[in-house]
Design a protein around this ligand. Structure first.
Ligand SMILES: [Zn+2]
Length: 357
């Protein structure tokens, strides 16, 4: 926990656009809440830790210059976009889905801190030394160089992407040696202004990632060595892609099964029929049995998503009995004829059981 990167805004419960006044108020409120003098017993240590965290966040965010540097540093490595590449489709015959650009840079922070610390813990002086100061060679022991932080980003894919597999082009920031200081972090013995002494700066690069067909909802793909750079000469962190399936208009995903609500007319339910049903590929003909009831399910074997083990899930149809918007005189006459027939009351059981509740 102590080495996890902290978002100073999050620590103070503020948004990035918080005013200096908001920052002051949040700090006062939290400092009062966590002040170690106000706590005893087992919670004292935890309160001390929280108080330190809040104080550290306040010290940075309340100073306009430090806040600016912190914001720059945080935004530097935290941008990614993804697009579907045009050549990614394995089945060119499949139509109806363009290689739509699916960038989503304005959603929740695309990179979330995940893992080893940047900034690392150890107090404010240490923090500024590691972030803004000269690279600290003396503290780095061989073999124990602190690696860069892992980053995590969400990649949204469509159900068709899950069906066929897809290549997503990620646009990410990659560390390149700072040209102003040639990667040394200092210019004429002073901290390099261009890179704040880190020795590198972010440059936009693209990375094509092949997402296999049948990938599970919520799957995490690890791309080694494409996370944040280490500030201590260690290895770069890893990039994790969190796979999220965009909800479809027609199909709902449940594992490798797909669900569709299928509307049918009352006479189709009564008499049975054969109808065209959509699948992720081409529509298929399906027999609706006579006497079908609303909400009943039909299972189409193998018409779902790939399972990842060579098979396919099923497509489940839930019948929905719909009425025409208007009714003709002829139809009305037919319904009236039906109504005159001697039917049992379908509510008999309902009425009988009602007082047992
Ligand atoms: Zn530099």
């Amino acid at each position: 926990m102590s080495s996890t990167a902290r978002d100073y805004y999050q620590v103070l419960g503020l948004s990035r656009t918080a005013s200096p006044d908001d920052i002051k108020k949040a700090f006062r409120r939290l400092a009062r809440q966590y002040h170690p003098d106000l706590h005893s017993g087992p919670s004292k240590l935890e309160m001390e830790r929280k108080f330190k965290e809040v104080s550290e966040a306040y010290e940075v965010l309340s100073d306009p210059e430090k806040r600016k540097q912190y914001d720059q540093r945080e935004s530097m490595w935290t941008r990614t976009e993804s697009y579907t590449t045009a050549e990614s489709r394995t089945k060119p015959s499949e139509q109806g889905f363009a290689s739509a650009r699916t960038s989503h840079p304005h959603q929740s922070p695309p990179y979330q801190s995940h893992g080893r610390g940047w900034p690392r813990s150890g107090g404010l002086a240490d923090f500024f030394e590691s972030i803004f100061g000269e690279p600290d060679e003396s503290s780095a022991q061989p073999g124990t160089k602190e690696p860069g932080e892992d980053v995590e980003t969400t990649v949204e894919i469509s159900l068709r992407d899950v069906y066929w597999g897809v290549t997503k082009r990620l646009s990410l920031l990659e560390p390149v040696s700072c040209p102003a200081c040639h990667g040394t972090g200092s210019v004429r013995r002073r901290r390099c202004q261009a890179c704040s002494g880190t020795g590198f700066r972010p440059e936009s690069k693209v990375l094509d990632v092949k997402i296999p067909a049948g990938i599970e909802e919520g799957a995490k793909m690890r791309i080694p060595g494409r996370g944040r750079p280490s500030l201590h000469g260690g290895k770069r962190g890893d990039l994790y892609l969190f796979i999220k399936t965009k909800p479809g208009h027609t199909f709902r995903r449940a594992g490798s099964d797909l669900h569709v609500t299928l509307p049918i007319w009352p006479w189709e339910a009564a008499l049975g029929t054969e109808v065209l049903v959509p699948t992720l590929t081409e529509p298929v003909r399906v027999k609706i049995p006579s006497g079908s009831t609303a909400e009943s399910k039909l299972r189409l074997k193998g018409k779902g998503l790939p399972t990842g083990t060579g098979g396919y899930g099923d497509l489940l149809l839930t019948l929905q009995i719909v009425m025409p918007q208007t009714i003709s005189n002829e139809a009305r006459a037919l319904y009236e004829q039906l109504a005159r027939e001697n039917h049992a009351d379908p509510r008999t059981e309902l009425l009988a059981k009602a007082h047992q509740d």
